[in-house]
Design a protein around this ligand. Structure first.
Ligand SMILES: NC(=O)c1ccc[n+]([C@@H]2O[C@H](COP(=O)([O-])OP(=O)(O)OC[C@H]3O[C@@H](n4cnc5c(N)ncnc54)[C@H](OP(=O)(O)O)[C@@H]3O)[C@@H](O)[C@H]2O)c1
Length: 351
């Protein structure tokens, strides 16, 4: 299942609003076929894995990250393919909350196939958050914060420079990460300091480009900022406070950007959800990250720990107050891996 989950990630940025799915066919302890859902509307993981396995799939076990579907959508039902292939056991990580796809596991059991559900369910669900949330109507988008941080907890040096704290591999990975989110968020101070464009410029081009969202409570941005150069093709939303709303409306709207008026990030996130944004990757800076964390609005953190000390600068998480050690919440480390060969380490955490 761990391998199926890895394979599922190959569809990152390309399958939404359909799920990421990976599948592996195993016979006598050996993998004989594997597949993943690579493109929205394209063939399903199970069907690809079964085709790769061929005739030896008869009598084998199928591991699949999401319960096989029973309905004719853009693709034929996977349950039919499983029955036709002669699979005797199906191991599933998560159920499919889509009512249209329901009943697959019961149908398999009814045909004498052994079915197990829940293997590595949390790990798999974590990668499929966008798909799974569609069926729960949450009041705000899923919020992940990504920061590159020095050993002494800074995200920029004393001059406000953050290029480049993290290495080239880390930056390439962030472009990959962006492709799987509905929006990319940034604080206005960072947008100005870094001339950020917030577009996806990596190997994976998202099927739908993430909306760019700048949190600019006091109206610092001008229409000359590079984020607005292609606002007509890749949407830009500027969140401004009530006091700055009138001035921003006039100046920024002509660029094609949308102005959203909210003084607090929690209100802004609610408005983004109403606008159809299901997930936001917030890329800093420290003030915005700290405000969101302090307000309990963060669902996941990707912190890239970089092996340098800056001595002074912009701290990574500003405004958290001064809690005592015995009262702080300990987050769960849900993933970690090295990026490149100069020591950057990505640590993924969830509350
Ligand atoms: N290493 C990294 O990963 C990384 C990533 C990004 C940025 N950076 C660096 O970080 C520095 C800038 O970071 P920063 O911390 O100074 O600023 P920032 O987080 O980029 O910008 C803060 C923005 O968010 C708004 N804001 C703050 N709290 C809010 C709340 N509770 N509700 C609504 N809006 C709120 C602020 O409003 P106001 O207008 O009222 O202030 C301001 O517009 C730059 O030097 C940049 O290079 C580093």
């Amino acid at each position: 299942m761990a391998h199926a989950n890895e394979l599922a990630l190959r569809g990152w940025g390309r399958t939404y609003p359909n799920p990421l799915v990976g599948a592996v066919v195993v016979r006598d302890g050996t993998e004989i076929g594997a597949g993943w859902h690579a493109e929205y509307g394209g063939p399903h993981a199970e069907v690809i894995a079964l085709a790769a396995a061929g005739a030896p799939a008869r009598g084998a076990t199928l591991y699949v990250t999401l319960a096989p579907c029973t309905h004719q959508g853009k693709q034929p039902p996977c349950v039919d393919a499983i029955l036709a292939a002669g699979i005797v056991r199906v191991v599933v990580a998560t159920r499919d909350p889509n009512p249209a796809a329901a009943g697959g596991l019961e149908l398999l059991r009814g045909n004498g196939i052994a079915v197990e559900v829940g293997v590595l369910a949390p790990q798999v669900a974590r990668r499929n958050v966008r798909f799974l949330r569609q069926f729960t109507s949450p009041a705000r988008p899923f919020v992940a914060i990504k920061l590159a941080v020095s050993m002494d907890g800074m995200i920029a040096d004393a001059q406000g420079h953050s290029r480049w704290l993290s290495n080239e591999s880390a930056r390439a990975w962030v472009h990959w990460l962006r492709a799987g989110f509905g929006a990319i968020g940034l604080g206005a101070r960072s947008a100005i300091a870094d001339d950020a464009r917030l577009t996806v410029r990596g190997d994976v081009q998202p099927r739908v480009a993430p909306t760019r969202v700048i949190f600019d409570r006091t109206g610092r941005l001008t229409a000359a900022h590079p984020v607005f150069t292609n606002a007509a093709t890749v949407p830009v939303v500027v969140v401004v406070g009530v006091a700055a709303a009138e001035a921003s409306r006039g100046a920024l709207r002509n660029t094609g950007a949308e102005i959203l008026v909210a003084d607090e990030v929690s209100v802004a996130l609610g408005r983004l959800a109403e606008r159809g944004i299901d997930s936001v990757l917030v890329e800093g800076g420290g003030r915005l990250a700290g405000a969101m964390l302090a307000a309990g609005l963060v669902d996941r953190v990707y912190q890239i720990q970089c092996p340098v000390w800056l001595g002074a600068g912009t701290p990574a998480w500003i405004g958290l107050g001064t809690p005592a050690i015995e009262s702080v919440k300990r987050w769960q480390v849900t993933d970690r891996f090295g990026l490149g060969d100069s020591g950057d380490v990505m640590i993924e955490l969830e509350p």
